[in-house]
Design a protein around this ligand. Structure first.
Ligand code: C5P
Length: 217
């Protein structure tokens, strides 16, 4: 059996990774998996149940009861928590505010990383996140880190009309002990500040071809 091709896309908040990863997956005919959505869904569920992500004990008390299911629909990842679809709440202000605190908790990461790795047994995929190239799939030869100037990222988020303190989130994500946001040693870094989505996808495709991956025209 052939093993899955995995394209890891990491980077800070509002760097453009979601739009790029979705477009890249479509171009390649791969599944698109958003690992940030999993941390967001878990945060939403914990907040609804009254846990405080800044208090790990309150999260750990509920974690064994969280029924977290990941799937695929129309080529993209889906999530159900206790049977509920959290997708309309993933970018709520309170989720943006608390997701980095929840993501610091090693037991939460262990659970979600296991779900993320499960996709590799199913299909070829583009997965975006913070630790995909460094921790989730360290052996994939296809790793990208997408960045953009802080003011451009802040402008992109504001245009989306979201309450999201991205500087604080980036600081929390890069400074945590477990699986911090970092540039994997063998990742190819792209500054998307002055590039369109198609421009970034084009750069990634060029790099994938150089590395021997067959890409449909
Ligand atoms: O990518 P997105 O901004 O939706 O991710 C939300 C949060 O989830 C991040 O700020 C980070 O705290 C967490 N995250 C993570 N590891 C990942 C993906 C997201 O810790 N692989």
């Amino acid at each position: 059996m052939r093993s899955s091709v995995i394209i890891a896309i990491d980077g800070p908040a509002a760097s453009g990774k979601s739009s790029v990863s979705r477009a890249l997956a479509r171009r390649l005919g791969f599944a698109y998996v958003n690992s940030g959505a999993m941390y967001r869904a878990a945060t939403w569920w914990m907040l609804r149940r009254g846990a405080n992500p800044d208090d790990p004990a309150s999260v750990l008390a509920l974690l064994p009861r969280m029924q977290f299911e990941c799937g695929l629909e129309n080529g993209a990842s889906t999530i159900r928590v206790d049977g509920a679809d959290p997708s309309s709440h993933l970018c709520d202000g309170e989720v943006n505010e608390h997701v980095s605190a929840l993501s610091r908790i090693p037991e939460v990461r262990r659970l979600l990383v296991e779900k993320q790795r499960h996709y590799a047994g199913i299909c070829d995929l583009v997965m975006e996140g913070r630790d995909i190239g460094s921790v989730v799939f360290p052996d994939t030869p296809f790793k990208f880190y997408i960045d953009a100037a802080p003011e451009i990222r802040a402008r992109r988020r504001a245009r989306q009309g979201q309450r999201d303190a991205i500087t604080e989130r980036d600081l929390a994500d890069t400074s945590r002990k477990t699986s911090p946001l970092t540039i994997a040693e063998d990742a190819y870094v792209i500054d998307s500040s002055n590039l369109t989505i198609d421009g970034v996808v084009g750069e990634i495709v060029g790099r994938l071809k150089l590395k021997g991956l067959e890409v449909p025209e």
